[in-house]
Design a binder for this molecule. Sequence first.
Ligand code: FAD
Length: 496
Amino acid sequence: MADTRVVVIGAGATGLTLAVDLARRGVEVVIFEKGAEPFAGSRGKGLQPRTLEVFDDLGVVEAISAIARPYPEVDVYDGENKIAEHVMSEVREATEDVPHPNLLMLPQWKTEEILRERLAGLGVRVSFGREVTGFEQDEDGVTVALADGETVRASYLVGADGGRSLVRKSLGIGFEGDTFETERMIVGDVRAAGLGRDRTRVWVRDGAMALAMFPLPGTDHFQFMAPLAADDPPFLTDSAFDHLVGRVTSGVTLKEIVWRSLYRVNIRMAARFRSGRVFLAGDAAHVHSPAGGQGLNTGVQDAYNLGWKLAAVLAGAPAALLDTYEAERLPVAAGVLGISTALYRRAGEGQAEAFRRGEETQQLGLAYPHSPLSEGPGSGLRAPNVRLADGRELFDLLRGPHATLLAPAGHPSPPAGIKIVAVDEPLRRAFGITSGDVLLIRPDGYVGFHGTPGKLESYLPALRTAQGRQPGSRPEKAMSRSSGGAPGSAGTSRPM
Ligand SMILES: Cc1cc2nc3c(=O)[nH]c(=O)nc-3n(C[C@H](O)[C@H](O)[C@H](O)COP(=O)(O)OP(=O)(O)OC[C@H]3O[C@@H](n4cnc5c(N)ncnc54)[C@H](O)[C@@H]3O)c2cc1C
């Protein structure tokens, strides 16, 4: 009989990120995926700078960077004629404060493969072919029912189960927004001849984007995206792909279609991200248009926001810490949805700048200034990297599951789970720390507190158990897992 603290439903980018973050914190986590094997498509291929920082902390950025590449420049064609060139995202030099400055392209299946390998290294394997069919929560935990008849009892459940989330529907949480029924797109991964791999190519027809082919790094595939005209049937046959290519290009032929999907643009957000012991993250909580590469990235950061809070509460921190997940992530998701929707509209109108990706999509500026966890000047902002006077990099010191206290030399040792770094001149300058003050960087790299050591004392109880248990506090007990049969009196919730 295994003990489980957290059940994660869905092994997409969001669920995998959360499972990695929990596992590296020593939290017992089970991740169920209804697919019998890993998902094969390139879908969310854009990794934003902030996501790369998260991946750096989680120990996967090197594996990602070894294959991922900046987006190539975009050539726009009308038939055989090249009519424009665009830079989707300027390639920037790394700076001291932003070591990962570029939007990188990597097929989503590859990102997930790298996260799965990291998770396996932490001793957790995805349970493929295990569909969750319902769950029931009570005061002490959640009973999760699987299609194969097994039930699992856990302290918390996270629905990272995608846009059609069973968890969200079971909770009866509204998913407000629009589905653009007439705005359909054929998406696929293809092998093709007649075009090089050094550029992204876009073809227009009647002034609007008709086909885009993105050369996917680490493969010999292109991601194929073709909006369907209102009168096109929603077909996914080989000949349909050939037809979409043939009507706008000359000399390009498809050799193989390795993955294909019909995509309907959905722009929606859940009314709540939490109900009791159950949380929503990633596409389960918000779905975006593909423009601007925000969906996967926002899900990764949901997971990164939630992971340390779940670990802290399981170790004895006040349960109110979990309220800050929705308080922080719901406004961020709403803002990000606005950005991706605006970009999608511009692309639909054929505007040239629709291909440009500025700072607003990089997610480095996302912040939680109004969070109940933000106290003092600059709190809620992302902590930048800083090169310390002794040559060390702040990001190297932040890496790992702990929080970090920047304090004057001689400050008493903080509680377990918080590392102390002596404030030097570069840190003072970067964070505007005035003499005698301290600054606390949360485990997810945001400034939580900035002020006097005295005030820190009253701030700390919410965070201090992020790693170690607070003396005298009682951690939540692990939940048990049982095999076979219905989940007893708990019953199951089912989607409506
Ligand atoms: C064409 C296209 C291009 C895109 N481009 C980008 C981009 O450039 N950048 C970007 O950030 N995003 C992009 N996205 C969006 C991105 O793919 C999604 O936001 C991302 O996949 C969300 O990840 P997730 O883990 O939250 O959900 P998903 O990837 O949907 O994963 C959910 C998982 O849960 C599993 N599941 C569902 N129900 C159950 C159940 N009951 N039991 C067990 N398992 C279950 C599913 O099988 C699935 O594997 C794009 C999407 C498309 C379609």
